[in-house]
Ligand binder design. Structure first.
Ligand SMILES: O=C(O)CCC(=O)C(=O)O
Length: 279
């Protein structure tokens, strides 16, 4: 995987070179609850290659305070469909299909929400505790993250941390939804306020950090709590991630989810035509 990881890293860097800040609405993205991510640049990015900025890279007048290549926090969310290098790894990858068959997690997975997370040196924003099924809700929950380190991930450049066993003990209590025309996005409760409070107050245990090498693949169960700290180091921490969810009749993708398939770009199946994983 080392060579492929390097190819994706170089491709990510050339995408950063192509970024045109002049046409950018200076949006930013965080998974934090307080941030109202309300703009179309984000909501319409599922079938495009768009750039989301580190909040510390934009000054109060909305201008970048550093080189554009060092200002982007993430590129998403249609890389796996639109860019040949990312497509090869995600949708045209026999080894990935073997993993899918071996995992016995999905019968008929589709791929969605691909991103390069750059976690820039010194300012790379933290990703607060969350689970991915909150963001890609299906009934029943079926999200699975594929996260590939493109650079060395360390304690100082924001390696991922996980709360062991939380996928079995922590309920998905809210979902990230489109609020309707012009209203952007927000979190919708799936449980009563009392249940949410009880979930927050549960003893949580210790997060475990997973440092890794370029090319390492980390599989993230849709219900496991995970996070990453701010990158305070002089090194970037590029990673490529995409997700899979189960498709009908095994699970139903929710029409309120922030990310929706489009007519021109439905979610692509991962297994070859006609194949359903049997288990
Ligand atoms: O790469 C990161 O720092 C966070 C990634 C993450 O939380 C995710 O892919 O769900």
């Amino acid at each position: 995987m080392g060579t492929e990881a390097n190819e994706l890293l170089q491709r990510s860097k050339s995408l950063l070179d192509q970024f045109d800040p002049a046409t950018h609405p200076m949006t930013k993205f965080t998974t934090g609850d307080d941030d109202h991510v309300g703009d179309d640049y984000f909501l319409d990015s599922g079938d495009k290659i768009r750039y989301f900025l580190e909040s510390d890279a934009v000054d109060k007048d909305g201008r970048l305070n550093r080189d554009k290549q060092k200002a982007v926090n993430k590129i998403g969310h249609g890389l796996h469909e639109l860019d040949p290098a990312f497509r090869r790894v995600t949708l045209e990858n026999e080894r990935l299909r073997s993993i899918v068959r071996d995992l016995k997690f999905h019968h008929d997975p589709v791929a969605l929400q691909s991103m390069v997370i750059t976690k820039q040196q010194q300012i790379g924003g933290e990703v607060p505790e969350h689970n991915d099924s909150t963001f890609l809700y299906t009934d029943p929950p079926s999200a699975l993250g594929f996260w590939i380190a493109l650079e060395k991930c360390t304690a100082s450049n924001g390696a991922l941390s996980f709360l062991p066993g939380s996928h079995k003990t922590t309920p998905v209590t809210k979902r990230f939804v489109r609020l309707g025309s012009g209203k952007g996005t927000g979190f919708e409760a799936l449980v009563s306020p009392e249940e949410e409070k009880a979930a927050q107050e549960q003893p949580k245990g210790e997060y475990i950090m997973e440092t890794c090498e370029p090319g390492d693949l980390v599989l993230i169960h849709g219900s496991v709590l995970h996070k990453s700290e701010r990158n305070t180091s002089p090194n970037t921490r590029f990673a490529y991630t995409f997700h899979m969810v189960e498709s009908p009749p095994y699970a139903k993708y929710d029409e309120k989810n922030w990310l929706q398939p489009t007519e021109t770009m439905p979610f692509s199946r991962v297994l070859p035509p006609g194949e359903i994983a049997v288990f």
